[in-house]
Design a protein around this ligand. Structure first.
Ligand code: PGA
Length: 245
């Protein structure tokens, strides 16, 4: 795992965006794995700016998002489909039909999980996966205890995740309690992974990630077994880590 230490959120976003832009220029047909949440918003802003200013094209790019709340349709402003459209896709020249987010309102949710896996396979898998990290070590919505062998599946969200995500909703009762998420095995099949972390709230999680153990109680620790992971973290996120970077 390579650790790229940066000063703050802005620098994290700039570093990640530059990395992604370089990838798109080199491989215009790349498939990206994308994340929602507060962490990648600054990165997405910079991709949009670069697209406007320098014309980097996403016409041939495909994207697969990590997860989606169950019970919310893509028109719901709290859904991750809506988030991706408004924060990124609507502002690039990407073809909407090449942007994939699991459907949380599908009638057959188990079928939706299987379909998502096959679509991903048909696209040749993910070239570069962007990840955030939960305070409890989750990646996607793979909460502590998720099997490292898991594929796209339905999850019950941990109480800590519901509390953390309540900031996006009017009341905590509105936060969905279930989601569809790519599994750990799905994420691990990505050819390359960029994990982003900013702020003191992530310091414990990053400390554990960069510690020694690999175990299912701390899902992100599986990344230590992946051959091509870069962690772009700011000073605050690295403040509880013992490693020298
Ligand atoms: P955040 O979420 O980017 O909003 O902190 C990260 C995550 O829970 O994976």
């Amino acid at each position: 795992m390579e650790i790229i230490k940066v000063n703050n959120y802005e620098e994290m976003s700039k570093t990640a965006a530059e990395y992604i832009i370089r990838k798109v220029r080199q491989f215009p047909e790349a498939t990206f794995g994308l994340a929602t949440g507060s962490t990648p918003v600054g990165t997405y802003k910079r991709l949009i700016e670069d697209h406007r200013e320098n014309g980097t094209s996403y016409k041939k790019v495909a994207t697969f998002n990590l997860d989606e709340y169950i019970g919310l349709s893509g028109e719901n402003p709290q859904s991750y489909r809506y988030f991706m459209d408004s924060q990124l896709f609507n502002h690039l020249d990407i073809r909407k039909e090449n942007t994939f987010v699991p459907s949380g309102s599908a009638e057959d949710l188990a079928g939706e999980c299987r379909n998502y896996e096959s679509k991903l396979k048909n696209h040749g898998g993910i070239d570069l996966q962007i990840l955030g990290i939960g305070n409890n070590g989750h990646i996607g919505f793979n909460e502590p205890g998720t099997s490292f062998l898991s594929k796209t599946h339905i999850v019950d969200l941990a109480d800590s995740t519901i509390k953390a995500n309540a900031r996006f909703f009017n009341t905590i009762e509105e936060v969905p309690t279930q989601a569809i998420t790519m599994g750990i095995a799905t994420i691990m099949q990505s050819r390359e992974i960029l994990l982003l972390a900013s702020g003191e709230a992530k310091a414990d999680a990053i400390g554990q990630l960069l510690g020694n153990g690999v175990n299912e109680q701390f899902p992100a620790s599986v990344l230590r077994n992946h051959p091509n992971v870069k962690v772009i973290a700011d000073k605050a996120a690295l403040s509880a880590s013992k490693v020298r970077v």
